[in-house]
Ligand binder design. Sequence first.
Ligand code: PMV
Length: 307
Amino acid sequence: MRSDLAPSAEAFGKVILLGEHSVVYGHPALAAGLPQGLRLEARRSPNSAEAISLSIPAWELELALTPGSEHPVAQAALAVLDVFDGPRTGWRIVGETHLPSRAGLGSSAALTVALARLVAPEAPVDAIIDASIVGERVFHGEPSGLDSAVAARGGVLRFVRGEAVQEIAMSAGFPLWILPSGMPRSTAVEVAKVRARHDRLPRLMTPVLDALGVAVDLGVDALISNDLMLLGEVMKVSHELVSGLGVGAPKLDQLVSQALAHGSAGAKLTGAGGGGCVIALPPTDPSGLRQACAELGVVPLEVEVVR
Ligand code: PMV
């Protein structure tokens, strides 16, 4: 058994740029790593026999990783440590993050990737991703693996279920705003809503899902040629299409229309929908959008999507 942890480890957050839901039906999705992900620091605790503690104040998370714990985070964290035969006692792990949790921004994958890196800093990225997926199963049943790949690799990735991820060679990074609606949502519930509508109206929904897949390929072209106007237009159409699957929400539409009204080239819901976040390409002068967000009580997460 290993008894050491690295002093610190990091992981990216995740945002789905295009292709949520249609990815479940075999189409590609496009996701980006968020550099302001999660950083974990590990220190030896004074009592080497004490269970490892994990504290992430931003997520109001404070718990002991006690074997047999009912807490899903403890179960997932211990499952990841076990992949590399890591320590069970004698450490305090503290996390720092700007990511909200449970908002579709890959918080659980960031946690499991950073934990894997703490225990196996020398492991190749694929081994880190595999260990993260072991932890993700505790949270999500049968995860697609997209979140873990993005949390470990960063950059912009094109993902098709069951295939190797493809890194997109963007010609330049670009700024992105993430607007949290503050509305909780459940990925499983939203995926089930889409399934129900698809099964009721297959002839109508299949072309919508196909079009969302086409949007991903157009988005890839836009990123490769650094054409943010094209990316923005594809985002706008994708928002309408994905809302047509039944996962829109008035608050998400309000955030999208505010972003567009204040000069954003494109905005859409991201992730499962029903709540969670909107992403927007910020206008050159973002002061009007910032003001509109403040009036709605929304604090934008302003990030840079980097290569
Ligand atoms: O959990 P979220 O908000 O990142 O959304 C997951 C993306 C879906 O396409 C809706 C579901 C999936 O498994 O890919």
